[in-house]
Design a protein around this ligand. Structure first.
Ligand SMILES: NC(=O)c1ccc[n+]([C@@H]2O[C@H](COP(=O)([O-])OP(=O)(O)OC[C@H]3O[C@@H](n4cnc5c(N)ncnc54)[C@H](O)[C@@H]3O)[C@@H](O)[C@H]2O)c1
Length: 315
């Protein structure tokens, strides 16, 4: 029987779909959603919700005790592009929220944690193609520094205190249900919305900026698969490389043109170009494949088909 789960930051791009999928799988009452703001109607109607600040240890502890929570998924964070504008706020949120959850597990108040890292842990000196699990890691963004530090702390709490914390380095995620929350790969969601609304899109990344990306259904499946894996199968307690596809803004435009032949793309790189230039182009996720059977299902054309079909239905 699945014990109760708490999602912190449940109203964001990933949290919304993760919460609904976990509720479908384990039952609505087993999955408590929380955030500092209310979420979409679909999320709010699907089960219990608490207003909760991830930086407030006592408040999280109260919710954990009240619902007899056993597992926490910590999705609250400030993302890469926004974090460059508010460095100290990003550091405080990204680190303190993680310490709160790690310390709850250390105190045996919860028994399992999911905390997402990112391809932002890599930096400009990292080999770009087929980037290895362990390689040069010198992140040059506030967000990347917070994720790299978070990984070190996760591994430390696992080794020192036996905390069962699990993590993946998500690539840029593409979804139609919720808009992205201030990341460098947001263009790959916005482009589908504007293709349908305006038939044109101005990309804030240059045409040949190749980044690792993933369709949201694959990301949710990977997350739950990792959390359901036997602890003894896991050899990485910092964060697993997780791969799916890699593409450029031009590639997405070509894929969209197969459905909307008149679609036009233009390029006006802004401050996010520099962030993207510091990240890998493709990811070696052999360990995730070997340890817990990871296998992505969606390529770019399938993603384009899903995005355009679902957004059209919505709109
Ligand atoms: N979306 C991506 O492409 C991507 C890629 C790599 C890693 N990640 C990581 O996955 C996690 C979730 O990302 P996302 O894209 O869903 O982010 P998001 O910005 O869409 O959602 C984050 C949620 O956290 C909430 N939040 C902010 N401050 C909070 C606080 N103090 N207390 C409680 N909630 C708070 C926000 O209201 C928001 O609903 C983050 O750790 C992010 O770094 C995301």
């Amino acid at each position: 029987m699945q014990k109760p789960i708490l999602i912190i930051g449940a109203c964001g791009q990933i949290g919304t779909e993760l919460t609904i999928e976990l509720r479908n799988k384990y039952g609505s009452e087993k999955v408590v959603a929380s955030d500092i703001r209310e979420g979409s109607d679909a999320l709010m109607a699907s089960g219990p919700f608490e207003l909760l600040d991830a930086t407030n240890y006592a408040a999280i502890e109260d919710v954990v005790m009240h619902y007899e929570i056993d597992e926490v998924y910590l999705m609250a964070a400030m993302l890469s592009a926004t974090a460059e504008k508010f460095p100290m706020r990003a550091w405080n949120l990204n680190m303190n929220s993680l310490f709160n959850v790690l310390n709850l597990a250390k105190e045996n108040k919860i028994s399992k944690i999911f905390w997402p890292s990112s391809i932002a842990v890599f930096g400009p000196n990292t080999p770009k193609e087929n980037t290895a699990q362990s390689t040069i890691m010198e992140p040059s963004t506030v967000y990347g520094i917070s994720k790299q530090s978070g990984e070190r702390w996760c591994e430390y709490y696992y080794k020192k205190f036996g905390v069962d914390v699990r993590s993946v380095r998500y690539p840029g995620l593409i979804s139609w249900k919720t808009m992205p929350g201030g990341g460098t790969t947001d263009y790959a969601v916005e482009i589908y919305h504007e293709a349908l609304e305006k038939g044109a899109y101005q990309s804030f990344l240059d045409k040949d900026t190749k980044l690792p990306m993933m369709y949201m259904d694959d990301a949710i499946r990977a997350t739950i698969q990792l959390m359901e894996s036997p602890a003894e199968d896991l050899t990485v307690r910092s964060s697993y490389n997780l791969g799916s596809m890699s593409f450029t803004p031009q590639d997405v435009a070509e894929s969209i043109k197969k459905h909307i032949p008149d679609f036009e793309i233009s390029y006006a790189p802004d401050f996010r170009q520099k962030i993207a230039d510091s990240w890998p182009s493709s990811i070696d996720d052999t360990l995730a494949k070997n340890d817990w059977g990871w296998k992505p299902e969606f390529d770019l054309d399938q993603t384009t088909h899903e995005m355009l079909t679902n957004l059209k239905k919505e709109g």
